[in-house]
Design a protein around this ligand. Structure first.
Ligand SMILES: [Zn+2]
Ligand SMILES: [Zn+2]
Length: 326
């Protein structure tokens, strides 16, 4: 062992345990091994080995982790390697340790690396946008379908995945009612990833939190933003969200209503359907057969029948008057 290496190891032995988050495991000429832990899931082992011509040659770096993705570790090794190649002839052990720590601290989204890759590869299309805001630990998405779009902000908390992602629908041109519904459902999906069920079944294995980012994005992108603009109204069979999002303002009858079964109707179509017989035993969704409940039209069948009858009678009277006058 060279004197230079001996001196460097002596320094490392003293300094590494004082670096925040580090535990020194081994510090001998054959190997330096230390663990860096920011949270239970941001935990990485750094293993360094010294080639014969060290420090004229770069130290050999290996990173392992039970929680961080292989792909992330491989690219972090490449970055560390590039950094030490700029330090040939100098001490490299502490710089590697500091580099690893800085990377984990400055890239809080590293804990969701595989999920983010899956979102990029499988969920978003060419016209959509995904931006990582490492300084905010957030993923910003703009999802587009036809002329509809929604901006979403998903924030990955510090102790992810023990804590779930938070979800915010920023601007969008979706009806407010749908935006609220999308976010509400997405929050529930995220909650189920991070919190045990309220009523666990006795045979269930013990609850373990799981990552929520990808599941939430799958729902918001595939099940919501990409899907809803393509749905048809169960009554008129036309697109329930007008192809031109601006057109709804001019025609309130084309406003979207969501009923209990989850199907969407044009306001006008639903109103007409609910006020037209048969009323017996209630009104049912033509698409799924479930009974329609909607807070705006909570009429018992008898009352609906009576109203319909009186409207018909009025129309007959009116027709008689018109006949009489003509
Ligand atoms: Zn309709
Ligand atoms: Zn339905």
């Amino acid at each position: 062992m060279s004197e230079a290496l001996a001196a460097e190891l002596e320094e490392a032995k003293h300094v590494i345990p004082t670096l925040e988050g580090f535990t020194l495991v081994t510090c001998v000429p054959a190997q330096v091994r230390a663990g860096y832990k920011q949270t239970d899931y941001k935990h990485v082992n750094v293993i360094l080995q010294f080639p014969d011509r060290y420090p004229q040659e770069p130290v050999v770096i290996q990173l392992t982790s039970k929680t961080l993705s292989e792909r992330l570790l491989a690219s972090l090794v490449r970055m560390c390697d590039e950094d030490v190649r700029g330090r040939l002839g100098q001490r490299q052990v502490l710089p590697v340790m500091r580099y690893v720590r800085e990377f984990i601290v400055n890239n809080p989204l590293c804990v969701a690396c595989d999920e983010i890759t899956a979102i990029k590869r499988h969920l978003i299309a060419e016209m959509d946008k995904l931006k990582l805001k490492q300084e905010l630990s957030a993923v910003h998405l703009k999802i587009v379908q036809d002329l509809y779009w929604m901006n979403l902000k998903l924030t990955v908390p510090d102790n992810y995945p023990v804590e779930q992602v938070s979800i915010e629908a920023a601007e969008s041109n979706f009806p407010d009612l749908l935006k609220k519904f999308f976010v509400g459902q997405a929050l529930e999906i995220a909650r189920r990833c991070a919190q045990p069920p309220l009523k666990p079944k006795p045979r269930d294995p013990p609850f373990k939190p799981r990552p929520s980012l990808l599941e939430v994005c799958q729902f918001l992108v595939t099940e919501c933003v990409k899907r809803y603009p393509q749905l048809n109204c169960p009554c008129c069979r036309e697109r329930v969200m007008l192809r031109d999002p601006e057109a709804v303002a001019k025609d309130p009858r084309k406003r979207v209503e969501r009923v209990y079964c989850g199907h969407l109707y044009h306001h006008g179509c639903l109103a007409k359907y609910l006020k037209t017989p048969p009323f017996k035993e209630g009104k049912f969704c033509p698409d799924c057969g479930k009974q329609i409940f909607h807070e705006k039209w909570r009429l018992p069948p008898e009352l609906a029948e009576a109203r319909w009858a009186s409207k018909q009678a009025r129309q007959r009277e009116l027709a008689e008057v018109t006949d009489f006058l003509s």
